[in-house]
Design a protein around this ligand. Structure first.
Ligand SMILES: [Zn+2]
Length: 462
């Protein structure tokens, strides 16, 4: 078993920030203390740097079929890019094909990942419906397979959208087996009407993607999901929350003590509805759902992150190439929805959050690693630095400068939504279970070394 000594860094967890050395024995953190001087196979000098727990990205779509197209990243480039950005755990969405059993879908996703993933991974399970065997399958996944969260969509009618009865029965079922229910909260029926009316008026450009999914459609679905979760006595996790109006419902629920949790994503903090008006067809690069919002929404999200009502920053990483995006050149509703983000999450949040004085370093760790690990049953193996935790570590240089460009980022997609943006703060070394996988921008990992993570039922049960 190889050993690693990380010396002279400032170790930051969600609860503290202390100067300390770390001794890694094999895959685990074995000692944390000052002035450690044990012999080790590898010694890393972290002077002037922070030592953070590896990031946990709780929302990715690698190798995800979206109609006729798969998302551009599969588990090999996707998890490599994650590691380059300091993320050492991803929780991806297994999505059954229509009529496919949940167990078969899990098997499909495990096969997609097992020979390719370079960092550890787990799966949430999407539910398209709640047929006869589904409740029993949910219980089996939670008990025996380590899949402890289920996602339902209140958008995309005819594709993934479920009706209220199905959503409510899923909440009851999830409560029964100790699972956490995740919701994509947009009102798909209303959006469908708005989209048809826009297209009938000849409004086909990318900007109409945003104008046909206004904040009210997200706020309404968020409020409805919270009400149903409250009736079911079940915890709820709202994915990719994008606007002030939806956040207000989450805040009100949390003020009542309800177990309602929410994540946002960097695109909703750093990009805005103005990006849809970029010249030519460039607005298509920003087509995702929910869409980008106003700058006032960004400010509300930052307040939510600082104040605690937003608990997680994940990515919704789901890239499509420009050629794929061009399918919607004459009809915004045919633009594949999604954008790259798995690599840039932590650098953006450090630069725009910590350096800008909106959040401190422990809060950064909480949002990027600790909270997703706790909510999704990976704590304390992931999300913190402690004796016995996995040695998923990031030696983070708070001043390291990166200019984002599709040319130099590692995601398999030919554009970056942040092209040309300069950020400060980024990883120098990244370790996954004690192994250096990134060293000063050089790749040292290998596909297939990532392990499937069986997750525990989270602590979010009321
Ligand atoms: Zn998503």
């Amino acid at each position: 078993m190889a050993t690693v000594l990380v010396r002279n860094g400032r170790v930051v967890t969600a609860s503290e920030s202390v100067l300390a050395d770390l001794f890694v024995d094999g895959e685990k953190v074995a000692l944390v203390g000052q002035g450690l001087s044990l012999p080790a196979d590898t010694v890393i000098d972290a002077s002037g740097c922070l030592v953070l727990p590896g990031g946990v990205d709780a929302h990715t779509h690698l190798d995800m079929p979206a109609g006729p197209l798969p998302s551009a990243d599969d588990f090999e480039p996707g998890t490599r890019a994650a590691a380059f950005g300091g993320t050492t755990t991803v929780v991806d969405f297994a999505t059954p094909a229509p009529g496919e059993s949940l167990l078969a879908a899990l098997e499909t996703w495990r096969r997609k990942a097992e020979s390719k993933a370079a960092v550890d991974y787990g799966f949430h399970m999407a539910l398209r419906g709640l047929g006869g065997a589904t409740l029993a399958e949910m219980a089996h996944l939670v008990r025996d397979e380590g899949v402890t969260s289920f996602k339902l969509y209140l958008a995309y009618p005819g594709v993934l959208q479920v009706d209220d009865a199905t959503f409510f029965r899923a909440l009851l079922g999830a409560r029964e087996c100790g699972a956490l229910t995740q919701v994509h909260a947009e009102n798909g029926g209303v959006i469908d009407v708005l989209v048809r009316r826009a297209l009938a008026r000849g409004e086909t450009a990318p900007r109409y993607h945003a104008l046909t999914r206004p904040p009210e459609t997200e706020a309404e679905a968020t409020a409805r999901a919270i009400s149903m979760a409250t009736l079911a006595g079940a915890p709820l996790y709202v994915v990719h929350l994008s606007c002030a109006a939806a956040l207000a419902h989450v805040t009100a629920a949390r003020d009542r003590g309800l177990p309602v949790h929410a994540e946002t994503c960097p695109q909703y903090l750093f990009l805005s509805i103005a990006d849809y008006d970029r010249p030519g067809f460039d607005g298509a690069r920003y087509v995702m759902s929910p869409p980008l919002r106003d700058t006032a929404d960004q400010e509300a999200l930052w307040r939510g992150l600082a104040g605690g009502d937003l608990e997680v920053v994940a990515t919704d990483h789901c890239p499509f190439t420009l050629a794929d995006k061009a399918r919607g050149r004459h009809d915004f509703s045919k633009i594949p929805q999604g954008a790259p983000g798995i690599e840039t999450r932590m650098m953006l949040l450090w630069d725009g959050g910590v350096r800008a004085g909106r959040i401190d370093a422990p809060r950064f760790v909480e949002l990027t690693a600790a909270a997703p690990a706790r909510l999704f049953g990976l704590w304390p193996r992931k999300g913190t630095i402690a004796v016995g935790s996995d040695a998923d570590l990031v030696v983070w240089d708070p001043e390291r400068e990166t200019r984002f460009s599709a040319e130099t980022l590692h995601m398999r997609v030919d554009y970056s939504p942040y092209e040309g943006r300069v950020v400060h703060g980024g990883p120098v070394f990244v370790l996954s279970r004690g192994e250096v996988v990134v060293d000063h921008g050089e790749w040292k990992g290998r596909p297939g070394r990532g392990q499937f993570l069986k997750r525990a039922p989270g602590p979010a049960r009321p």
